[in-house]
Design a binder for this molecule. Structure first.
Ligand SMILES: Cc1cc2nc3c(=O)[nH]c(=O)nc-3n(C[C@H](O)[C@H](O)[C@H](O)COP(=O)(O)OP(=O)(O)OC[C@H]3O[C@@H](n4cnc5c(N)ncnc54)[C@H](O)[C@@H]3O)c2cc1C
Ligand code: FES
Length: 501
């Protein structure tokens, strides 16, 4: 068995308390219901409540324990390499709006932290996209040129405080980082009262548009004039967002580092094996976070290797020795590189979505809250057209064809998976395997005590066959990223049901 170092938990969640909110009230009526208490949902709820609306946030688990509780939490408009490409594909004006909206999101977070006096280790930092080989230098230079042209705070640098040489980097000044869960728990706490609610442990199973809209949960019904579905990937299939995006899973290891040796700023590399680097205050000292090793969810069995490679990198480049934490999470990657923020479909006037943040949702989740609250309040918003969730999407791109054909391959090919295993005796201790029992596809995990946990392997979303994730001990769906515990409980949608027992 591989030994991965560090507690298998997100530092952000482990270092914050579990809050208790008032229990669910059946037939709650509000102006706006918001499904999902991550950064997109909570920012929208906060801004709408401030504007005088009553809101109900409905969260299936606990506040900020989804992607927003597992992120690296850099708040920046420097999204690795994006601007040269955006100018090429969409033109300078749209690229400018992209930069402007993400910069505005940083300032929105800063404003809320200041006004609400949020104790969340918010600090201004420079963000860097660096290359440590000559290979990608031309891309770095092109990115600086594009970003400067768009009026962004960009420059080319060769010197950083990284403890290893680089060939060059894009630097964006005056960006920010924070402790995401401290920030989001604060937003959550401001919501209940004066006709507004926050419900945890309440899973939304369906939303019907109407006057009012009806939100069906596993505990009863909420009614609202408008609904925002902020579940990372919308749980509603009508807008086909599961086909316009794909889930990318990525890994983080966290090690204590001497503060004098810790790099200043937030970093991301380029190329296939890029690493993401930042530090955060930790028990009077400093914690170094190193991320990377991303892949499409449900396509890699031996996920332990991903952590081991990040550990090696952190030891080699930063001289750290012991690891405090390790965790992973996934985000939806948009095929046309822009998030989808707006109405669910052209036929919906009261159901809104926000998805496709492409691993940069601290700024894009914040700007979705700003944009969606403007739409619901009937205010003009300069970014609405760029991010319009109902825009025609170029389905036929190299990436979308590859990822969508992957889904088709899984839907058909996975039906044959596990045919060789037809008995639970073939499942070793602490192993998850697909087996075929009486013609049924079964996802079986044998725990360390020898007990077998067997559930249906058919994903309740659109019936793909789940795959075993050994490091997280979960069943992950390779089609659109739903995830389940080893005994079938839903961890992450778009599915809204557990795996059948
Ligand atoms: C490894 C990694 C590192 C990242 N680092 C960065 C970074 O440094 N900077 C950055 O900008 N972005 C980063 N991102 C991306 C960013 O973290 C995400 O884009 C963002 O957190 C997504 O927020 P969200 O509100 O859409 O989703 P979430 O935070 O997942 O919120 C959705 C919520 O909806 C709830 N939910 C789901 N289904 C239901 C249902 N049926 N009923 C009720 N509730 C439901 C979930 O439980 C969840 O709490 C990173 C992503 C990854 C994968
Ligand atoms: S997530 Fe869509 S089929 Fe599993």
């Amino acid at each position: 068995m591989t030994l991965i170092a560090g507690k298998p938990a997100s530092f952000w969640i482990d270092s914050t308390a579990k809050l208790t909110f008032s229990p669910f009230v059946n037939n709650t009526v509000v102006d706006v219901a918001i499904v999902g208490a991550g950064i997109a949902g909570l920012t929208a709820a906060m801004l709408l409540k401030r504007a005088g609306k009553t809101v109900a946030v409905i969260e299936s688990r606990q506040v900020s324990t989804g992607v927003s509780g597992h992120t690296t939490a850099k708040i920046t408009s420097l999204h690795q390499l994006i601007y040269a490409n955006l100018i090429k594909e969409f033109g300078a004006e749209k690229a400018r709006l992209y930069g402007e909206s993400n910069q505005a999101a940083i300032e929105q977070v800063a404003k809320l932290v200041e006004e609400e006096q949020i104790d969340c280790e918010f600090s201004r930092q420079s963000a860097y996209t660096f290359s440590d080989s000559p290979e990608h230098l031309d891309k770095i230079e092109a990115e600086v040129e594009a970003a400067v042209k768009l009026g962004l705070p960009a420059s080319f640098v060769k010197d950083t405080s990284l403890p290893f040489p680089i060939t060059g980097a894009v630097q964006f000044e005056n960006q920010a980082q924070f402790h995401p869960r401290k920030y989001l728990l604060h937003l959550a706490q401001t919501l209940p009262g004066n006709g507004s609610y926050l419900f945890e442990e309440t899973r939304v199973e369906g939303v019907e548009e109407g006057s009012p809209c009806q939100i069906t949960t596993n505990r009863g019904v909420v009614k609202a004039a408008d609904v925002i579905v902020a579940t990372n990937l919308p749980i509603l299939d009508q807008g086909l967002f599961f086909a316009k995006t794909y889930p990318k899973r990525s890994y983080i290891v966290a090690a204590q580092i001497e503060t004098s040796k810790a790099p200043e700023g937030m970093y991301i590399g380029v190329g296939e094996n890029y690493r993401s680097i930042r530090t955060t205050p930790y028990e009077g000292g400093t914690l170094l976070l190193v991320g990377g090793e991303g892949h499409k969810t449900g396509t890699v069995d031996d996920t332990e290797q991903r952590y081991l490679r990040l550990e090696d990198y952190a030891r080699d480049r930063f001289g750290v020795d012991t690891f405090e934490y390790r965790w992973s999470t996934q985000d939806m990657v948009s095929f046309d590189k822009l998030p989808y923020i707006g109405k669910l479909t052209p036929l919906n006037n009261h159901i809104y979505v926000a998805t496709g943040f492409t691993l940069w949702g601290m700024s894009k989740g914040t700007l979705s809250g700003m944009l969606l609250s403007d739409l619901i309040l009937g205010r003009e918003n300069p970014w609405a057209e760029l991010y319009d969730a109902t825009r025609a999407t170029p389905f036929v791109s190299e990436t979308s064809l590859k990822e969508n054909s992957n889904v088709a391959k899984h839907w058909v090919g996975d039906r044959l998976k596990g045919l060789d295993n037809s008995s639970f005796s073939e499942v070793a201790r602490d192993e998850g395997k697909l087996v075929t029992i009486n013609g049924n596809k079964v996802a079986a995990y044998r725990d360390e005590q020898g007990t077998v946990h067997a559930v249906s392997a058919v994903c309740p979303h659109l019936a793909c066959i789940v795959d075993w994730n050994s490091a997280e001990k979960s069943w992950d769906c390779p089609c659109h990223g739903s995830r389940f515990t080893y005994d079938g409980e839903l961890i992450q949608g778009p599915a809204v049901k557990d795996l059948e027992s």
